[in-house]
Design a protein around this ligand. Structure first.
Ligand code: AMP
Length: 280
C-alpha cells in the first residue's frame, strides 16, 4: 500500500494503474467506509482511498476542528483491506495560497442538507471535483447515508463531463439500527442509547408505505411520532422528497421517495434516510 500526500506524486503513481476504483473519505474509518472499499476491491483490479477532512464543507460554527481523526488507525485498516493507494493530502496541498475556484450547484442549496448547512455542498462538490481530477478513477463509490451528496455528485459528474462511473451502496448500520458515522463517537452513553430511535422512525414510515400509505405528510408524521417519544432527540427536519429532484412531495407516486432527516442529539448532529420504492 502506497500512502501519498502530494498531487504530483499521486499523478505519477496513478499512471502505473489502468482501471482504478476510488473511495473518497474524511477518515476515522468504520464498516460503512469498508463496505465501499470491499465493493471497489471486488469490482476493480486496483483501489485508491482518500483521507481528507475537507475544511470548505464545514460551516464556521460546525465541527471541523473537533472532527475525529486517527491516521495511524485508518492506515492499518486500509492495509488490511489490501488497498493499493492512499491519498492523504494536507490542507495546503488541496487549497494552496491563492486558491479561488469553487463548484456550485445552486439548486442543492435550497433543500435538505443544503438548506440546513449553507455552503456545505459548494465545499463537497469542489473537493469531489478536485479529487476526481487528481485520482481519475474508473469507478467511484459513495454511501446512501449521504443521500443528497450522491445526487449532487451525480449532477456534477454529468454536467462537467467527468469521465467516471458512480456507484452508490446501502447504509451500513450498527446491530440496533444506528447508521454508522464517524460522528457517533461524540455520543455520550446515554445519547447512544437513544440514537436507534432515528432509524426506528424511518422504519415506521417505511412500514406505513408498505402498508399502502402514499400521503407524504402521513409518512412524515410516522417518523416524527417516534422521534418525539425521545426527549433527547431534537429533529431539525424530516423530509419526504422526490428521490431525484429532492423537492418535497405531497403524494408518493411512481418515482418513490427519499425519507430523510437531521436530528440533534446532545452536541451531535446526525443524518439518516430510507428510500421508498426507488433507489439512489
Ligand atoms: P465520510 O468519511 O463521512 O465523508 O464518508 C465517506 C463515504 O462513506 C461517503 O460516500 C459516505 O456516504 C460513506 N458512508 C459514511 N457512512 C456510511 C455508512 N454507514 N454506510 C455506508 N456508507 C457510508
Amino acid at each position: 500500500m502506497q500512502v501519498i500526500t502530494t498531487v504530483s506524486a499521486f499523478r505519477q503513481t496513478r499512471a502505473a494503474f489502468d482501471t482504478l476504483g476510488f473511495v473518497p473519505t474524511m477518515g476515522y474509518l468504520h464498516e460503512g467506509h469498508l463496505s465501499l472499499i470491499r465493493q471497489a476491491r471486488a469490482e476493480c483490479p486496483a483501489v485508491a482511498v482518500s483521507i481528507f477532512v475537507n475544511p470548505t464543507q464545514f460551516g464556521p460554527r460546525e465541527d471541523f476542528e473537533r472532527y475525529p481523526r486517527d491516521m495511524d488507525r485508518d492506515l492499518a485498516m486500509l492495509e488490511r483491506e489490501a488497498v493499493d493507494l492512499v491519498f492523504a493530502p494536507t490542507r495546503a496541498e488541496m487549497y494552496p495560497e491563492g486558491y479561488g475556484t469553487y463548484v456550485v450547484l445552486p439548486a442543492a442549496d435550497e433543500v435538505l442538507e443544503g438548506a440546513a448547512r449553507p455552503g456545505h455542498f459548494r465545499g463537497v462538490a469542489t473537493v469531489v471535483c478536485k479529487l476526481l481530477n487528481i485520482v481519475q478513477p474508473t469507478r467511484v463509490y459513495f454511501g446512501q447515508k449521504d443521500a443528497q451528496q450522491t445526487v449532487v455528485v451525480r449532477q456534477m459528474v454529468r454536467d462537467l463531463n467527468i469521465p467516471t462511473t458512480i456507484v452508490v451502496l446501502p447504509t451500513v448500520r450498527e446491530a440496533d439500527g444506528l447508521a454508522m458515522s464517524s460522528r457517533n463517537t461524540y455520543l455520550t452513553p446515554e445519547e447512544r442509547q437513544v440514537a436507534p430511535a432515528i432509524y426506528r422512525g424511518l422504519r415506521a414510515a417505511k412500514e406505513r408505505y408498505l402498508a399502502g400509505e402514499r400521503n407524504a405528510e402521513a409518512l412524515r408524521q410516522a417518523v416524527i411520532a417516534v422521534l418525539d417519544a425521545e426527549p433527547l432527540l431534537r429533529p431539525e427536519y424530516v423530509s419526504v422528497a422526490d428521490p431525484i429532484t429532492l423537492r418535497e412531495l405531497e403524494r408518493v407516486g411512481e418515482q418513490g421517495a427519499l425519507v430523510s432527516l437531521a436530528v440533534r442529539l446532545g452536541s451531535v448532529r446526525l443524518i439518516d434516510n430510507v428510500v421508498l420504492g426507488a433507489s439512489l
